[in-house]
Design a binder for this molecule. Structure first.
Ligand code: PBG
Length: 325
């Protein structure tokens, strides 16, 4: 395999040649748009740390979903900001809470759009942690029960997929059991299986109003240093009945995406999180990088690492670019 016999540049000479030998593709089918749903009507609040992202009331969310579906994007994932927060995150598992109401409204108007719901308590608790607090830390087992109830009200409202993002131990098992008991055996679970305690979530916490009021999430989300442990987390969630698994964040954890896909061969999602989005937006706003190109390159890299689909705030922007070339 030596020069001058082999000249890899031969296959890079024209765009048509490059298209023929391109190994990885990004399609609109692989994009999921996250949406933040807030109480009220006609509410459309821009999120300062995430240019282009807004908190929307249910009516505006439905309109946004119509636009998303018209662009060919198959799915959205919903995050809810409740009317009021309390220590147990009561609105999270209220059948008339913000998310069940949003799901019903979306499914009524755009039944073919896949509606994924994020199942977590941090947006609903007044302390901003992902579960109930006992002695200054999230108490695992009682939290798991509440998460299962939250997943159930989402499924009952018509959610197509429930996505637990809390990182409690045993929650996939508890959710699967309750869903099956209540007749929702066909509702898939997309588990945030390898979710790292990441500083890249900063802007999201502005959007979801879910910043922890004390401490941080390092007693439940994973240590950024751990790849082997990510595989064990994924394995456990699959054993507990997860249909799909997620790695989060994406760009700083491409090795984890790769290992999960290679090891298990199940559908793998990657979440290009708020901080990844904000960095690209900020650099582009300064004229330091080409926004569209960096967006597409990062999404392609996440696909190349093995992600089958990508949750990204760029979903609409990328869909438009994919449509026009
Ligand atoms: C809820 C949740 C978070 C994100 C998704 N689900 C925040 C967190 O764990 O602090 C982050 C998404 C993003 O940064 O875009 N637990």
């Amino acid at each position: 395999m030596e020069f001058p016999i082999h000249r890899p540049r031969r296959l890079r000479r024209t765009e048509s040649l490059r298209r023929m030998v391109r190994e990885t593709r990004l399609s609109v089918d692989q994009l999921v748009l996250p949406l933040f749903v807030v109480p009220g009507e006609s509410v459309d609040n821009p999120v300062a740390s995430m240019p282009g992202v807004r908190q929307l009331s249910i009516d505006k969310t439905v309109a946004e979903c119509s636009e998303v579906f018209a662009l060919g994007i198959p799915a959205v994932i919903l995050f809810g900001i409740p009317e009021s927060k309390d220590a147990e995150g009561t609105e999270a598992y209220d059948e008339n809470g913000i998310i069940p109401r949003a799901v019903r409204a979306i499914k009524r108007e755009i039944p073919e759009l896949v509606v994924i719901t994020d199942v977590c308590l941090c947006e609903y608790t007044d302390h901003g942690h992902c579960g109930v607090i006992v002695d200054g830390d999230v108490d695992n087992d009682p939290t798991v029960e509440l998460l299962a109830r939250e997943a159930l009200v989402h499924a009952a409202a018509g959610a197509d997929i429930v996505a637990p993002s809390d990182m409690m131990d045993g929650r996939v098992d508890a959710i699967r059991e309750l869903l099956d008991e209540e007749g929702f055996e066909n509702t898939p679970i997309l588990s945030y299986a390898a979710k790292f305690a990441s500083s890249f979530y900063g802007p999201f916490r502005d959007a979801a109003e879910s910043t922890p009021q004390f401490g941080d999430r390092r007693s439940y989300q994973m240590d950024a240093a751990n790849g082997d442990e990510a595989l064990r987390e994924v394995e456990m969630d699959l054993e507990e009945g997860a249909d799909m698994v997620m790695v989060k964040p994406a760009l700083a954890y491409l090795d984890v995406i790769w290992r999960v896909k290679q090891s298990f061969g199940v559908p793998v999602a990657a979440y290009q999180v708020s901080g990844e989005y904000a960095m690209i937006k900020a650099a582009a706003a300064n004229g330091w990088i080409d926004e569209s190109r960096v967006m597409m390159e990062s999404l392609l890299a996440i696909r190349r690492a093995g992600a089958d689909f990508i949750l990204t705030y760029f979903a609409k922007q990328a869909a438009r670019l994919l449509a026009t070339g």
